[in-house]
Design a protein around this ligand. Structure first.
Ligand SMILES: [Zn+2]
Length: 316
C-alpha cells in the first residue's frame, strides 16, 4: 500500500499503484492523472434544476469567506492551501430542484460539497433564513478547501477518496458510491467511512469561529443585522461539542493552550497531516482513536464514543 506513486496537483493528491515504473507505464499513468484533473476542473459548472442567480451580496459573501478561510488556515500554519472553488461551481438552488438533481439526498440535508465534481450545492428559498444559507455555504466551502486525495486502482478507477479527515472506501466505483462521500448523518454509511463525524465537527467549529469573527462583514454583505443571538440560534453540527471536548482533553494532557491544539486540528484537515491524531490516543487511552474515527457511522458508534467521554470525565 505504501509503494504508490503520488501526484500533487493544485493542492490535490492523486495516487496510483506503483508496480512497474517503466517509462511507458509512467507516461500512461500521467495521462490518466491529467485527464482526471481536467474532468474534475470541468465538472460541476452547469446549473442544476431550480438554480438561482447569485445576488451581488452573495457574491461578496463568497469572496469574503474565501479570504476568511485563507486567513484562518494561514494562522493555523497551513502554507499549501488548495485554491478556492470557482464561483461557477457554487450553486444555490430551490430545494425541489436540488432534490431532483440529487434524488438520493435526504430532505433535511441543506447542502453539500461533491468530491467528484468539486462543486458546492446549497438549498435556498424564502423559508430558509439567509444566515443559515450563509452558514451552510461557509461550511461547504471549508470542505472544498480541505485536503483532498484520490486513490486509483490498477484499472485507473478511484477506489478511495479523502476529504479533510474523512476517508471513504468505494466498493464499486459507481456514481452511487461516489454520492456516499456527500453529507451523511447518524443513519450510517453503507461503505467504509472513517473520521466522518470528526471531520464534520472540525469543519463546523471552524465555520462557527469564522461567523463569530466576521459577523459585521457578513451583515454588510447580505444587508442583514446579525447579532450574537442570531448566531447562537444557528444549528451547528452535533459533533462540534464532541470535537471541542477532545481538543480540551488533549490540550490538558499535552499541557498546551487549547488554541494551539485547535490550530493543529484545523491544519490537519486542511493540509492532510495527521500526526497529531496520535495525541488523541495518548490522551483518551488505547483504542480511543478508533472510536473517534467511527463517530457518525452508526448509533452504536456514537454511543460508544459518548460512553468514552462519560467514563473519562468520571475518572478524572
Ligand atoms: Zn459537512
Amino acid at each position: 500500500m505504501s509503494e504508490r506513486n503520488f501526484y500533487n496537483i493544485e493542492g490535490r493528491v492523486l495516487s496510483t499503484p506503483n508496480k512497474a515504473v517503466d517509462p511507458e507505464t509512467k507516461a500512461a499513468e500521467e495521462t490518466m492523472v491529467a485527464n482526471f484533473m481536467r474532468e474534475l476542473a470541468a465538472a460541476g459548472k452547469d446549473s442544476i434544476p431550480g438554480e438561482l442567480f447569485k445576488t451581488d451580496g452573495e457574491k461578496l459573501m463568497i469572496r469574503h469567506f474565501n479570504e476568511d478561510i485563507k486567513a484562518e488556515a494561514l494562522a493555523a500554519g497551513v502554507t499549501n492551501l488548495r485554491p478556492p472553488v470557482p464561483i461557477k461551481k457554487i450553486h444555490f438552488a430551490l430545494p425541489g430542484g436540488y432534490q431532483k438533481q440529487f434524488p438520493d439526498s435526504k430532505e433535511k440535508i441543506k447542502g453539500h460539497h461533491a468530491l467528484f465534481s468539486d462543486a458546492i450545492f446549497i438549498k435556498k428559498n424564502k423559508e430558509i433564513p439567509p444566515l443559515s444559507i450563509a452558514h451552510i455555504t461557509l461550511h461547504e466551502m471549508i470542505h472544498a478547501f480541505s485536503a483532498t486525495r484520490y486513490d486509483f486502482d490498477s484499472q485507473g478507477r478511484v477506489y478511495a477518496v479523502k476529504g479533510g479527515y474523512n476517508s471513504t472506501l468505494i466498493k464499486n466505483n459507481s456514481a452511487k458510491s461516489a454520492k456516499m462521500t456527500e453529507e451523511l448523518d447518524d443513519s450510517g454509511a453503507e461503505i467504509k467511512d472513517l473520521f466522518l463525524g470528526f471531520n464534520e465537527g472540525v469543519t463546523d467549529l471552524m465555520a462557527k469561529e469564522i461567523l463569530e469573527k466576521h459577523q459585521a462583514e457578513l451583515s454588510q454583505d447580505l444587508n442583514l443585522n446579525i447579532g450574537p443571538g442570531d448566531l447562537a440560534n444557528l444549528e451547528f453540527h452535533n459533533y462540534c461539542p464532541w470535537v471541542d471536548w477532545i481538543v480540551e482533553k488533549v490540550a490538558k494532557n499535552n499541557q498546551e493552550d487549547k488554541a494551539v491544539v485547535w490550530n493543529k486540528f484545523k491544519a490537519g484537515m486542511l493540509n492532510g497531516t495527521i500526526m497529531h491524531l496520535r495525541d488523541i490516543e495518548k490522551t483518551l487511552g488505547p483504542n480511543s482513536l478508533r472510536l473517534v474515527a467511527n463517530i457518525g457511522l452508526s448509533k452504536e458508534d456514537n454511543l460508544a464514543f459518548k460512553e468514552l467521554m462519560k467514563n473519562y470525565d468520571q475518572n478524572k
